[in-house]
Design a protein around this ligand. Structure first.
Ligand SMILES: C[C@@]1(CC(=O)O)C2=NC(=C\c3[nH]c(c(CCC(=O)O)c3CC(=O)O)Cc3[nH]c(c(CC(=O)O)c3CCC(=O)O)/C=C3\N/C(=C\2)[C@@H](CCC(=O)O)[C@]3(C)CC(=O)O)/[C@H]1CCC(=O)O
Ligand SMILES: NC(=O)c1ccc[n+]([C@@H]2O[C@H](COP(=O)([O-])OP(=O)(O)OC[C@H]3O[C@@H](n4cnc5c(N)ncnc54)[C@H](O)[C@@H]3O)[C@@H](O)[C@H]2O)c1
Length: 242
């Protein structure tokens, strides 16, 4: 029987830009892990005798380095890696990779052995700066995928623009309002605006955005935010919206 114990995983957001990550194995699981690492800007090396066509293509495009050989102990790529993924279809090979890498103090994910892995990979929804990671702690990756698909329907493309704008306004407020507690009241008041509806219907144009930035610059107060909300509603009414 496969051994399973409950682990209280600690979720975090890693900045992997330029960081060396090594995947052992060149099959579909390796391909899926490589794709997410490439998206995160990692320096990805894949070690395997055989490849999926997409891994070959990414190698031609310079997105991954392929090392065309089987895993063997003492490889410098492993020594230099920040994260290691053991993703071959050979359990003894995965286990040997894990023992060597863990012996060097590395975090290792083993495709067929979550119990001994240092981390596992969640299903992910990305909407610009919004990232939603879903994990079942390895209980059912298919459920993680299903929940991810449900969340994709709830959190649409509009969140990208929404967060870009909120970030711009927040940074402006951070630089002009000294008191943290007061800033937080302002951020809360900003969430009352129906901005997501505006973005969904394509009405948040550069004029409105410019006005928002300008008005907050002139009046960086909670009541200024509330007045801006009233102005936004008036603009919506003028456009025949309620
Ligand atoms: C989320 C996702 C991320 C990614 O990989 O990018 C991911 N697996 C995904 C898909 C998927 N994986 C599998 C199936 C076939 C159906 C099934 O078996 O259920 C499907 C569905 C499909 O392919 O459609 C088979 C499978 N998975 C693991 C084992 C080994 C084992 O359980 O021992 C076996 C072989 C079992 C066997 O051979 O019997 C193990 C893991 N898979 C994880 C992540 C980690 C736990 C995540 C969590 O639950 O929190 C963990 C523990 C380790 C890890 O890999 O990090 C990605 C969905 C991405 C998306 O679409 O959004
Ligand atoms: N974690 C997950 O999400 C997940 C999902 C499905 C399956 N799995 C597990 O992961 C394993 C791999 O799945 P897959 O679909 O990618 O298999 P696959 O058969 O498509 O690929 C296996 C790859 O490992 C390579 N390989 C074999 N021996 C090697 C060695 N000594 N050194 C380097 N590379 C070697 C092969 O050349 C091949 O490229 C499965 O056996 C299963 O146990 C995990």
């Amino acid at each position: 029987m496969i051994e399973r114990t409950h682990k209280n995983y600690y979720p975090l957001m890693l900045d992997l830009a330029g960081q060396p990550c090594v995947i052992i194995g060149g099959g579909l699981v390796a391909e899926r892990k490589a794709e997410a690492l490439i998206d995160a800007g990692a320096a990805v090396t894949v070690i395997s005798r055989a490849w999926t066509p997409r891994l070959e293509q990414w190698s031609r495009d310079g997105l991954v380095s392929l090392v065309r050989q089987s895993y063997e102990p003492g490889m410098t790529q492993l020594e230099n890696a920040l994260l290691v993924f053991a993703a071959t279809d050979q359990a003894p090979v995965n286990s040997a990779v894990r023992l060597e890498a863990q012996g060097m103090g590395k975090l290792v994910s083993v495709a067929d052995d979550p119990l001994h892995s240092g981390f596992i990979v969640p299903a992910v929804v990305r909407r610009g700066k919004l990232v939603i990671a879903v994990s079942t702690g390895g209980a059912s990756p298919l459920v993680a995928k299903r929940v991810r698909e449900e969340l994709e329907r709830t959190f649409g493309a509009e969140y990208e623009e929404y967060l870009d704008l909120l970030q711009e306004l927040r940074v402006q407020i951070q630089s002009s309002v000294r008191e943290a507690a007061y800033r937080q009241q302002m951020f809360k008041a900003m969430l009352e605006w129906q901005l997501l509806d505006w973005i969904r219907s394509g009405r948040l144009d550069s004029f409105i955005k410019g006005q928002m930035i300008e008005r907050i610059k002139v009046d960086p107060t909670v009541s200024g935010i509330e007045r801006l909300g009233v102005w936004l509603r008036e603009m919506a009414d003028e456009n025949g919206e309620t």
